[in-house]
Ligand binder design. Structure first.
Ligand code: GDP
Ligand code: ZN
Length: 325
């Protein structure tokens, strides 16, 4: 292989304080970005038309990291196992979150295939409002979601589960129930992860570490070591995430502590489209597309809530999120 090949490309697996770990052709390289390239990349990766004007004025733009976990990058080698990133190749998908008081977009992961919100059946009791937030995020990134319910050996503690999940099934979301303790559902989950890049979201305590260990021995501990490196750092420090290879094919990104993502550039009037079961009613209200589906007369969405077509909890989540946009 020609080590001076300027066309080398690889994927970003890890980043820490200006250093990017790039996997390319079975090798691992420690790469940097020069400050000049850094500035150019910000503008070449952001769509100038979509860049809010206020962003141009934000000095903190310098702190935005233009490279995301999962990015496919072109690099030039610069010595043994090190290099410099020269280009970020177009992203097939991305999940982002607003940063710096919603002034700029921070891309959390790029080239993702699916989002897996993880909740425990019990201990802790699922917070469906948070699931709705994750699902809206996935929809806004145009990514499919697979809802994972773990600790299913504790199912007896939650008699409501099937009723609660019905709303999600009806909205078209697949659900995979698993238990790290008994191994239930783990093979099916592995099949869903195989040969894809998946992003895991969920609060600590839901059992993600145990679940990852059940999927692949040792994986949970490796992922946990990354998330613990997070603590005690400044609020504005770039979140330290890492992508992991799965033995059976595919990659996985955990997102410890990231609650909000994907609500970047979602306009209030578009929110209802991100609830699949509501989308059909949009435009059928008396006030047409200007209806907020709040208290307007002749609202088709509210009518569907009353007639049981739309789950009231999902509708409540819609109103809560609408209030934030
Ligand atoms: P994380 O914080 O999401 O990484 O969660 P952990 O994997 O550390 O698990 C949190 C707690 O839930 C621990 O006490 C685990 O033993 C427990 N736990 C995890 N998975 C299961 C499971 O499948 N069944 C039961 N009963 N407990 C589990
Ligand atoms: Zn309406």
């Amino acid at each position: 292989m020609n080590s001076n090949n300027e066309d080398d490309t690889g994927f970003v697996y890890r980043k820490t304080l200006g250093h990017y770990t790039v996997h390319a052709n079975g090798r691992e390289l420690d790469c940097v970005l020069s400050s000049l390239i850094h500035k150019q990349l910000i503008y070449s990766t952001a769509d100038p038309a979509s860049l809010p004007r206020r962003v141009q004025a934000v000095r903190e733009l310098d702190h935005a990291d233009p490279v995301a976990i999962g990015d496919r990058v072109r690099f030039v080698e610069a010595g043994k196992d090190s290099g410099m990133i020269t280009e970020i190749l177009p992203r097939r998908s991305k999940i982002s979150r607003p940063a710096y008081q919603r002034a700029i977009e921070q891309v959390i992961a790029a080239n993702v295939d699916q989002v897996l919100p993880v909740f425990a059946v019990a201990d802790p009791t699922p917070k469906w409002g948070l699931l709705d937030r994750y699902l809206v995020s996935a929809e806004s990134s145009k990514l499919p979601a697979l809802i994972v319910i773990t600790k299913m050996d504790l199912a007896w503690k939650n008699k409501q589960l099937d009723t609660d999940l019905e709303a999600y099934r009806r909205a078209g979301y697949p659900v995979q129930m698993v238990s790290a303790t008994t191994g239930k559902g783990i093979e099916k989950l592995k099949a869903a992860l195989q040969d894809r890049t998946s992003v895991l979201v969920g609060k600590s305590g839901v059992g993600k570490t145990s679940l990852l260990n059940a999927i692949q021995p040792g994986l949970g501990l490796r992922v946990k070591a990354v998330s613990q490196g997070e603590q005690g750092k400044g609020r504005h420090t770039t979140t330290h995430l890492e992508m992991f290879d799965l033995d059976f094919g595919g990659t996985l990104v955990d997102t410890p502590g990231i609650r909000e993502f994907g609500l970047w550039e979602v306009a209030g009037e578009d929110l209802a489209y991100l609830f699949p079961e509501m989308a059909n009613y949009v435009g059928h209200c008396k006030f047409g597309l200007s209806c907020r589906h709040d208290r307007e007369p002749g609202c088709a969405v509210r009518q569907a809530v009353v007639s049981g077509e739309i789950n009231p909890h999902r509708y409540k989540s819609y109103m809560n999120l609408r209030g934030e946009l």
